[in-house]
Design a binder for this molecule. Structure first.
Ligand SMILES: *[C@@H]1O[C@H](CO)[C@@H](O)[C@H](O)[C@H]1NC(C)=O
Ligand SMILES: *[C@@H]1O[C@H](CO)[C@@H](O)[C@H](O)[C@H]1NC(C)=O
Ligand SMILES: *[C@@H]1O[C@H](CO)[C@@H](O)[C@H](O)[C@H]1NC(C)=O
Ligand SMILES: *[C@@H]1O[C@H](CO)[C@@H](O)[C@H](O)[C@H]1NC(C)=O
Ligand SMILES: *[C@@H]1O[C@H](CO)[C@@H](O)[C@H](O)[C@H]1NC(C)=O
Ligand SMILES: *[C@@H]1O[C@H](CO)[C@@H](O)[C@H](O)[C@H]1NC(C)=O
Length: 413
């Protein structure tokens, strides 16, 4: 009797479970047919179709779409000329949360901290770390959303559709972009201007045209070291006497040829690193050393301390530094005057595989002594670069190997 009771109970339980789970098996999501009822989101729906993201969405069984209006998406696309179809597809993916949240669920999130929620973009494997997630801020009277590390960017406006726990569509007031995504679009000069303490560095970049060189490298790897106005002030204006050619090289010396996140700089072992002023022949490099709290950049003439990150959107980063970096190639160092440091004789023949530079008298070797920043003359940069080339040819084999090694090493991450 007891056994029969248990058996019946078990059968009833099984049939309830089976019926329940059968009843709860949701029909597959069809995001475009769902959105078709809301013409105010047609641009987003069209984007899903043109990028093929609709098919990915339809494979999910529980999802939240944070949808921008037609106007918001149109103006975003118009303002982002570099947004090709691949990028736009990733931006579309970034609007799908892989967890169901009705409006009330968002409003019930913790208020003392943001909540990190994974998006469909994370599933592509293209996101850096958890940059494929959004942060949701439940603030009094308002729910805000933004990319991880980017701060709140969009506000929740209203619920559009809720089919618990299958699909929720929530209207947000602007387009969400993963942090570090619009790299090619951000003007580094504007970033510097926003801090109001880099006026002299901005002038140096603009006067020398190096601002355009930096912009051109923003998508291929760059770390800018921006000296503060007070760093320039301690030089008492003496840089004003540098020739235009040297000013340009000095500006380029303030940018590394690879992207370094702060953590990369703190753990960098491959030093010295190349700057945009470095040539294949070497030179114009910086040593980076770190303690637990400080990153120091050593030129051989002076040492600068990294102050704070100003911009970090892989593959471009920018930090403030407390000194103008003075390359030994222009400003010399007492050490280089020591006999042990004397360069190889400039009369040695260059390797035959390389086009010979014009012959240069031996005394123009680069380490001949500090170049006065006061008495700089317009030809000095050329003389220095010719002599630099010549002495570099003498060590060409080793420096070329070193160059390719450090180049490949610093680019990988
Ligand atoms: C979604 O619905 C549309 C019509 O509304 C249809 O053309 C399309 O094939 C459907 N997609 C899927 C994956 O069923
Ligand atoms: C806020 O949440 C983030 C992500 O979950 C966490 O890393 C951080 O420590 C939290 N901050 C505080 C103050 O609790
Ligand atoms: C959010 O992002 C958009 C587009 O990138 C931008 O125009 C807007 O200023 C951002 N809003 C906030 C609050 O940062
Ligand atoms: C700039 O001037 C100050 C005060 O006159 C002086 O202490 C400092 O050494 C000068 N710096 C340079 C690089 O000449
Ligand atoms: C930079 O580092 C290299 C290798 O560690 C070292 O040989 C060189 O002396 C350093 N240069 C300066 C200026 O500190
Ligand atoms: C720069 O730092 C190095 C150690 O990294 C130190 O040997 C050198 O004396 C410092 N130079 C100046 C000018 O402070």
């Amino acid at each position: 009797m007891a056994t029969g009771g248990i058996l019946i109970t078990a059968l009833i339980w099984l049939s309830i479970t089976a019926t329940t789970s059968y009843a709860q098996t949701p029909a597959p999501i069809n995001i475009t047919s769902t959105l078709a009822k809301y013409p105010e989101y047609k641009v987003f729906s069209d984007l899903l179709v043109s990028t093929g993201v609709d098919k990915e969405v339809n494979t999910h069984t529980s999802i939240t779409l944070l949808v921008p209006s037609n106007d918001a998406l149109n103006s975003f696309v118009a303002a982002t000329p570099s947004a090709d179809v691949v990028k736009l597809g990733d931006i579309a993916r970034f609007h799908f949360l892989l967890t169901y949240y009705g409006l009330a669920d968002l409003q019930a999130l913790p208020t003392d901290n943001y909540t990190i929620v994974t998006t469909l973009y994370q599933t592509t494997g293209k996101a850096n770390g958890n940059e494929g997630s959004v942060e949701i801020y439940n603030t009094p009277g308002k729910v805000l959303v933004g990319p991880v590390g980017g701060g709140p960017n969009a506000s929740v406006v209203e619920s559009v559709l809720e089919e618990a726990y299958k699909i929720s569509i929530i209207h947000i007031d602007s387009v969400l972009e993963p942090s570090g995504f619009n790299v090619g679009d951000t003007n580094l000069i504007n970033v510097l201007e926003s801090f109001q303490t880099f006026g002299l560095f901005i002038s140096l970049l603009q006067d020398t045209g190096v601002d355009a060189i930096l912009a051109g490298r923003q998508t291929s790897g760059l770390t800018v070291l921006a000296p503060t106005d007070s760093a320039f002030a301690t030089l008492n204006g003496s840089l004003a006497t540098l020739s235009p050619a040297r000013k340009k090289v000095l500006a380029q010396y303030h940018a590394l040829t690879s992207y370094y996140a702060l953590a990369d700089l703190q753990t960098l072992v491959e030093t010295p690193v190349q700057t945009l002023a470095s040539t294949v022949a070497g030179g114009f490099k910086l040593n980076v050393t770190s303690t637990a709290t400080t990153v120091t950049l050593t030129t051989g003439v002076n040492n600068a301390t990294l102050l704070k990150p100003l911009y970090d959107a892989k593959p471009a980063a920018m930090y403030s530094v407390d000194k103008v970096l003075l390359p030994t190639e222009y400003f010399g160092t007492p050490d280089e005057l020591a006999p042990a440091e004397a360069p190889a004789p400039a009369t040695a023949p260059p390797p035959s595989s390389i086009k010979s530079p014009p012959p240069v008298p031996q005394k123009t070797a680069p380490a001949a002594g500090p170049v006065s920043i006061i008495s700089d003359n317009p030809n000095a940069a050329n003389v220095a670069s010719i002599s630099g080339t010549l002495s570099a040819l003498l060590v060409l084999v080793s420096s070329t190997i070193a160059f390719f090694r450090s180049d490949s090493g610093t680019h990988s991450r």
